[in-house]
Ligand binder design. Structure first.
Ligand code: 3PG
Ligand code: MG
Length: 350
């Protein structure tokens, strides 16, 4: 796999695919893990004398629409705080190959949310070619590990336009996750939660070949997922709000999960177990994060933007908690661990 160490970027324009699909509330980024995770690659390329970096990312699933909720402006604000001495440029997605007029002094520019153009998810070559031509990019770097399981224009079609090089985050994630999956110490417990029911449900059965036990919480469980397989436990009791919405898994299920955590030697956790953005419904996720973080002599993996964000916030006040690996990828990490095809990684030049 070719990485950014294999290219001479001096005076070149480098298009960098990052995953800035971060939680945003009232126009502010509430967890910047994925932004911080992109900095080693950005800094490396700048140190090596790149003329300019063009960062591209998606945010959420806006289905082609640009609104105040789907703009990447909040991320620009964060980047500006990190790179105080630079002017961070922010530009609309180009609709043609016509060059975007970017002032000479702008060394870091971000383009608007890729998914506000339908071409991104359609894996449309013209869409990504326009971006390459309009920005004058010489190289393409894939550093958005969390989106490498998608065959989209910026992860897949791009390989027909420019050679693709791996960034430092992609390289690191692959190395770390490969280590985990090659020899997981048994018992291996996989905990699945989160809100992307349609994405995660098919992965549960697939993990049966690797895991000794799978615990299912979050929206998947509250929406009634059932399994007869004795290796799969699905949360059975829930904390509800006044209108009967099941917003967290209850004490019985949390207790069952606690026992599984105690026994496990390897734990992979993706997806919050309840609606943990609201502290009222963060109980099971908090207990789970604490139990996993206090474990000794175990390999513990936390993956996904929301889960890692939650755990990182908890660590701030609980310095005794530690995890073997915190991955920026959610679905991407799970699919990688399952050995599924990863279009965004396959696109990287060999
Ligand atoms: C994620 O948050 O897992 C990635 O950014 C991918 O987002 P997606 O599931 O909407 O493709
Ligand atoms: Mg996510």
């Amino acid at each position: 796999m070719k990485t950014i160490r294999d290219i001479d970027v001096k005076d070149k324009i480098v298009l960098v695919r990052v995953d800035y699909n971060v939680p945003v509330k009232n126009g502010k980024v509430t967890n910047d893990l994925r932004i911080r995770a992109s900095l080693p690659t950005i800094n490396y390329l700048l140190e090596k004398g790149a003329k300019r970096l063009i960062l591209i990312s998606h945010l959420g699933r806006p289905e082609g629409k640009l609104t105040p909720e789907t703009t990447l402006q909040p991320v620009v604000d964060d980047l500006q705080k990190i790179y105080k001495d630079q002017t961070i440029g922010f530009y609309s997605l180009p609709n043609s190959e016509k060059p975007i007029p970017i002032p000479e002094n702008v060394k870091i520019a971000l383009l608007e949310n890729l998914r506000t153009n339908p071409g991104e998810e359609k894996n449309d070559q013209t869409f990504i070619r326009n971006i390459v031509k309009a920005t004058g990019a010489d190289f393409y770097v894939q550093d958005g590990f969390a989106v490498t399981h998608r065959a989209h224009a910026s992860t897949d079609a791009i390989k027909h336009i420019l050679p693709v090089y791996a960034g430092l985050l992609v390289e690191k994630e692959i190395k770390n996750l490969t280590k985990i999956i090659n020899q997981p110490e048994k018992p291996l417990l996989v905990i699945i939660g989160g809100a992307k029911v349609d994405d995660k449900q098919p992965l549960i059965d697939k993990f049966l070949t690797k895991a000794d036990h799978i615990f299912v919480g979050g929206k998947i469980a509250s929406e009634g997922y059932k399994s007869d397989n004795p290796k799969i436990s699905v949360a059975t009791d829930f904390d509800e709000n006044s209108t009967g919405d099941k917003l967290d898994i209850g004490p019985v299920s949390t207790g069952e999960l606690a026992n599984l955590i105690t026994d496990a030697k390897t734990i992979i956790w993706n997806g919050l177990l309840g609606y943990a953005e609201d502290p009222t419904y963060a109980t099971s996720s908090t207990i789970t994060a604490e139990l996993i973080g206090e474990k000794e002599n175990a390999t513990t993996v936390i993956c996904g933007g929301d889960t890692t964000g939650f755990v990182e916030n908890l660590i701030k006040d609980h310095k005794n908690l530690s995890y073997s690996l915190v991955s920026t990828g959610g679905g991407a990490a799970l699919e990688f661990l399952l050995g599924k095809p990863m279009p965004g990684l396959e696109a990287i030049s060999s």
